[in-house]
Every structure is written in C-alpha cells, then in structure tokens.
Design a protein around this ligand. Sequence first.
Ligand code: CA
Length: 366
Amino acid sequence: MLRVFQGILIGLCLLLTACSGSDSGQTAGTTTGTSQQTFKWKMVTTWPANYPVFQEAAEKFAADIKIMSQGRLDIHVYAGGELVPPLQVFDAVSQGTVEMGHGSPYYWAGKVPEAQFFSSVPFGMTAKGMNAWIYHGGGLELWKEVYAPFNVIPMPMGNTGVQMGGWFNKKIDSLEDIKGLRMRIPGLGGKVFKRAGGNPVLLPGSEVYTALERGTIDATEWVAPFHDMRLGLNRAAKYYYFPGWHEPGTVFELMVNSQAWAELPDDLQLMVETTAAAVSEWIYAQMEFNNHVALQELRSKQNIEILEFPPEVLAELKRLTKVTLDDEASNDAKFKRVYDAYTAFSESYKDWSKTSDEAYQRALGE
Ligand code: CA
C-alpha cells in the first residue's frame, strides 16, 4: 500500500515537472518545447538485407538512438534496394528523399571522385591513421566541405580494418602473372591493377561467386575472411592472397541530409554524433574479431593456400598507385585538393606510426 502511494507521488511529481517544463518552454519559446518533438526518419543503406556486421550496424545505430532519445528520434532502416538501389543512397540523402544513409564514400566516385580519400586509398593509411586524420587532422572538416554542395553531412561510422588481397585461381609469383588477369576489383585499386596489366571487372557482390566459380573471372577481392566465407569464395578459388594493398582500412560513413540535420535539437544531434562514433568502434571490433576466427577456420581447410603477395609485385603496385593518383589529380583540381591534404597528413603521421606500431610489431618478432 505504501509502495503504491509512493508510486502515485512520484507519478504526480513527474507530471508536474513535465508540465512546468512545457510551460517554461512555451514562454521562453526555445528548445524545451522543440525538444519534445518526435522525428520519424528514414535511413537507407548500401548493404543487402540482414548483411552481417554492416547492415546490423545501421540497425543497431537506429535502435540505440531510439532507446536513448526515448523515441524522439525514430529511424527506420532500409537495406539496399528496399527503398532505393544501393548506389543511389547518396542521391536520396542529397535530395532529402530520406534523412540518412550508410555506405562508404568510394561508392560515389563517379559523382565525387575526391570522396574516395575518405574511404580507402591503395597503400594508404589503416584505420588508426584514418581516425587520426578524420577526427583530429582536418579530415572531417574537408569531408564536410566536399559534401556541402550536395546538402549532405558526413561522419565516419565504421572501418573494415585491413582487407585481404583476394581470391585467385592462379598463383601470383611475379608481375607477369597479373598481365591479362580478369579480376573483380573496383575503384582506385582497379585503376592501379589495370596499369599493372590486369583486366579489372566490375561486378556486384551478388554475382562474384558464380563468376569466379565458372571462370568468367580469374580472381576477385571482397572484404576479409569472415565476409568472404559467407559469400562462399573459399569454394570458388584455391589461392587466398594478402595483404589487401588496395583497401588497407575502408571507412564507412553516416550521411545526413543537411536540412533535416538543422531541424534536430542540439541533444539529438549530439546523440547521433556520439552513437555514430560508438557504432564505428563496434564495427571495427566486430571485423577484427570475426576475421580472426574465420582465418583460423580457413587455415584448417586443406584445399586452400593462404599466400602473401611477392614483395616485387607489391612494390610495383605501390609505384603505380602514385602514378595513378598523380594522373587523376592532374585532371581534377577538387581531387588534387583532397589528395594533397591526405598526403600531407599521412606523410606527417608516418614517423609516429613507424616509431610506435611498426617497431612494436618487429619487437614481437612473430
Ligand atoms: Ca573490398
């Protein structure tokens, strides 16, 4: 009985507080009234429905925010193709058809070539360097400038970690073995591969397994052991090469339509930014965890050889990466601006990276 009475008292207090809050909000005409507003938003992603880690992360982001905002920011997440095709996510956010999107900046290379630097660059920085640049080295400011003409506000939300070099049906002992090789490898990596004499092929993820299994392509990259095994690639090729020189730590992005963003009260904006950073870490940790387990599983399979690219092949691909980027920059001032900023940061970061992580890896001697 006493508990019931206490409950009623608390209930009354809450009611009074809520009323007084609402009153003061109305008289002041400021944020208190506004902050009670409920926002029903849509988020579209570039990932297939139920896709492990990636689509899961977008759904976790929405679910966490709904709890933290007590339902004031209610985001419905649509997988790629459910509301808009995966490669139209940027346009949908830009045009305000939806308020949010989740993907990776290099998907928009056709429209915004310089966006690729915020994703991953062949022989570029890994997750640690990218985080340092984006959050504290001027990267995010530059990224926002790049997207501003499209009414899109970006923020990082995920990193794949270092990817694998890919699945091959033929051994790569020298550069000669790359000549004429048909490989599914998109983006800047594909351009470098072409300069090395390879034949890059564009294929959506859904067609990769069949193409490799039937010999339509000789090789493919995808992500890393966990996602590659989910696609069945270990049943379609014999050689699994590392490292993923073309994608050393691909950044995922949360995109927000700028008008929609401006309508959010400060506390919900902060909730979005904080949750995006938390989900970013969640994805990175998931990738490192799942890939280490999947690699162990692959090691136990007799029919697969896990091999490192020969040093001279990597050295030549690295040289050709600079040629490719310089060439792109010479034709595109916007590309050059971001390329210069990226290079300046990665050059300045290199000394610390070598002195800390790389030296430590050598000290481990494993
Ligand atoms: Ca990849």
